[in-house]
Write a protein of this length. Structure first.
Length: 160
């Protein structure tokens, strides 16, 4: 394993620092409850958590990639429920009522969804590639950067 920090699990397997970081990645908001709508305040808090998850992913990208494609996908909110991005589409739909320009907001929301889907797809491909996964991780990183920019746009639109 290329990381200097490893942990030995009770079953004798080892995990690297990137996987250990996932254990600490917990959303402070509760996971969505079936049949309960988010309040605007809850949605804004989850949106900020989503931004933090993406920013953390970008800053620690190489380290997180060492844990594989699913490790990246955890931060994107597509594997597990611990990322602030988990359910971000629902969050953005809840906030859209506050948008001063619904067309601009909807286009930006679609850009975020497209970037996250692209990043997720590339990280997923990195799992199954026969060659080095760096190309797919590189593509995912580009999409993460796009998503961060679009999330900043929505934050400006809503004064978050």
């Amino acid at each position: 394993m290329s990381t200097a920090i490893t942990a030995i699990l009770s079953n004798g397997n080892t995990i690297g620092a990137a996987s250990i970081a996932n254990a600490a990645m917990k959303s402070s908001q509760q996971v969505f409850t079936v049949g309960k709508d988010l309040t605007l305040e809850e949605a804004k808090a989850r949106f900020r958590e989503g931004q933090q998850s993406l920013e953390y992913l970008l800053v620690h990208y190489d380290e997180i990639c060492e844990g594989g494609g699913d490790n990246v996908r955890r931060y994107l909110g597509t594997v597990g429920t611990s990322s602030g991005l988990y359910g971000v589409s629902k969050v953005m739909k809840t906030m859209q009522e506050e948008a001063p320009d619904i067309v601009d907001y909807t286009e930006t929301m679609n850009e975020i969804n497209a970037a996250l889907t692209g990043a997720d797809g590339s990280a997923y491909m990195a799992i199954f590639t026969k060659g080095p996964p760096e190309k797919f991780f590189g593509d995912a990183k580009i999409e993460v950067t796009r998503a961060i920019g679009s999330m900043q746009d929505i934050a400006k639109q809503l004064d978050i």
